[in-house]
Design a protein around this ligand. Sequence first.
Ligand SMILES: *[C@@H]1O[C@H](CO)[C@@H](O)[C@H](O)[C@H]1NC(C)=O
Ligand SMILES: *[C@@H]1O[C@H](CO)[C@@H](O)[C@H](O)[C@H]1NC(C)=O
Ligand SMILES: *[C@@H]1O[C@H](CO)[C@@H](O)[C@H](O)[C@H]1NC(C)=O
Ligand SMILES: *[C@@H]1O[C@H](CO)[C@@H](O)[C@H](O)[C@H]1NC(C)=O
Ligand SMILES: *[C@@H]1O[C@H](CO)[C@@H](O)[C@H](O)[C@H]1NC(C)=O
Ligand SMILES: *[C@@H]1O[C@H](CO)[C@@H](O)[C@H](O)[C@H]1NC(C)=O
Length: 477
Amino acid sequence: MVKTNVLSKIRSFNGINRPIYVLAGLAFLISVATLAKFNYITPLRFSDRFCNSHGSFEGDGYNIGSQMRKTIESAIFKIHQEMDDLKALEASSAAPSSDSSASGSMFRHVAFLADVLSLIQSVHMELPSFEERFVADHPLKQRNGDPGEHFMREEIKKYIKIKPNRLGKQNFMGANGTFTSIGHACFAMKKDLEEYMDYDVGEICNDDWRLAQKLMVHGCDPLPRRRCFSRAPQLYHKPFPINESLWKLPDNRNVRWGQYKCKNFACLASNTTARKGFFKCTDCFNLTHHESPRWVNRGEIDPETNQTADFSIQEVLEIKPGEMRVGLDFSIGTGTFAARMRERNVTIVTATINLGAPFNEMISLRGLVPLYLTVNQRLPFFDSTLDMIHTTRFLDGWIDLILLDFVLFDWDRVLRPGGLLWIDGFFCLKEDLGDYIEAFKALRYRRHKWVVVPKRDKDDKEVFFSAVLEKPPRPFR
Ligand SMILES: *[C@@H]1O[C@H](CO)[C@@H](O)[C@H](O)[C@H]1NC(C)=O
Ligand SMILES: *[C@@H]1O[C@H](CO)[C@@H](O)[C@H](O)[C@H]1NC(C)=O
Ligand SMILES: *[C@@H]1O[C@H](CO)[C@@H](O)[C@H](O)[C@H]1NC(C)=O
Ligand SMILES: *[C@@H]1O[C@H](CO)[C@@H](O)[C@H](O)[C@H]1NC(C)=O
Ligand SMILES: *[C@@H]1O[C@H](CO)[C@@H](O)[C@H](O)[C@H]1NC(C)=O
Ligand SMILES: *[C@@H]1O[C@H](CO)[C@@H](O)[C@H](O)[C@H]1NC(C)=O
């Protein structure tokens, strides 16, 4: 508004001898800046509180910059007012009787002001805005410059840029802005991320969830949001009602099959499909034979030890009758654990990624909650909020011991006191078992169940470990 107003004013007073006024304008500008520097103009003190807390050179630079900006803003305002007053005066005295020399001098006066105004405004635009500086001490913005500069693609820069709140106030969350961040490995995967963010705003995104998952798995997690429409199945049919969906293979039309080896659920469920594109949980789509007995019966009994690594849901829930209500299943699977728990009125969220097959789609089409989460991320739950965490086929002998520690402590964080951690068929090499067991022992949980069973399929070199552990109360800490 202001800008066009000024431009029109400048235009309407064209043709005046400019250079003199430009010089005069510069002189005015310098005097304004000088005044600002020495605090001769008073309405500037608002920012001192902010800056004094820094006391650094940069803080002082900001102090002066922001004072200058304010001063210039008030100067601009005054000039606008003066120009408006003069225009009004001119309009009221536009009678034919008015004396032409008075009108001429007023004309020159207004032209002078318009020139000064345009000069001041050009300086004003160069100064860092108050809003930008308002969130300046956030780590994302410090010393090493703007992380967005690392990327060529404008969409990434825009996403990373700190978004100051409008009106320059704190928002209801107590922050001065919104800090949309990305995983630091995104910087190492610049090329992939730029490909991922290559789209036209408001158009349809590429069919690139695999690229997204690759980025996430390799630590570019969180990924930036995008402003394009993700691709959906072409003809989505309404899902089966909940009393049917839990145990029925979903409608093939409700999945985009393009990036999977199998192109329908029958292929995934069949025990004759040779290569499904994934090896963990190859039978997990076979609901009738493979999935339905899981956690219902006790599993296979080891003939020598007369033990099994598979506990039933029944026996685990009996540890704490009626107390298990909400939980997390951190596994590779199609949600069968959550389905069985649902039948017992326990709400389980199933965290998994799509390893070569539509695991997340399957879970949701069964009427359960899929949580699309990598092992890289802290769990999105608050402390002491879950009654139970169950895990199977996920934590295995491949996992780094330090990582296992971080994962277990994070799980401990979200489990409530008295909550249960169900380690279900953790397997590893016999010689590694001691190290892993130490990690579980370090939690100092109460042991309800604890078994080690030889795994018979690989020359007896591996073992299964299963346990149900209870988080103790820690009242004195
Ligand atoms: C947020 O703004 C307030 C002024 O409203 C200021 O006191 C505070 O230091 C700012 N916080 C950050 C982190 O910039
Ligand atoms: C599911 O519920 C609907 C009505 O609520 C019923 O008509 C249908 O027969 C039920 N299906 C099964 C498999 O129980
Ligand atoms: C599930 O597996 C069983 C045997 O493992 C097989 O007979 C059956 O056909 C499979 N189900 C489907 C839907 O392919
Ligand atoms: C599939 O399961 C059936 C039994 O349901 C079995 O006879 C057949 O050998 C299995 N096929 C393969 C390839 O495992
Ligand atoms: C195996 O264990 C079960 C209970 O866990 C017991 O009833 C059964 O007698 C045991 N069998 C042998 C051969 O030890
Ligand atoms: C689950 O809740 C429903 C409705 O509240 C109830 O009818 C059913 O018996 C419950 N099932 C179990 C296993 O507690």
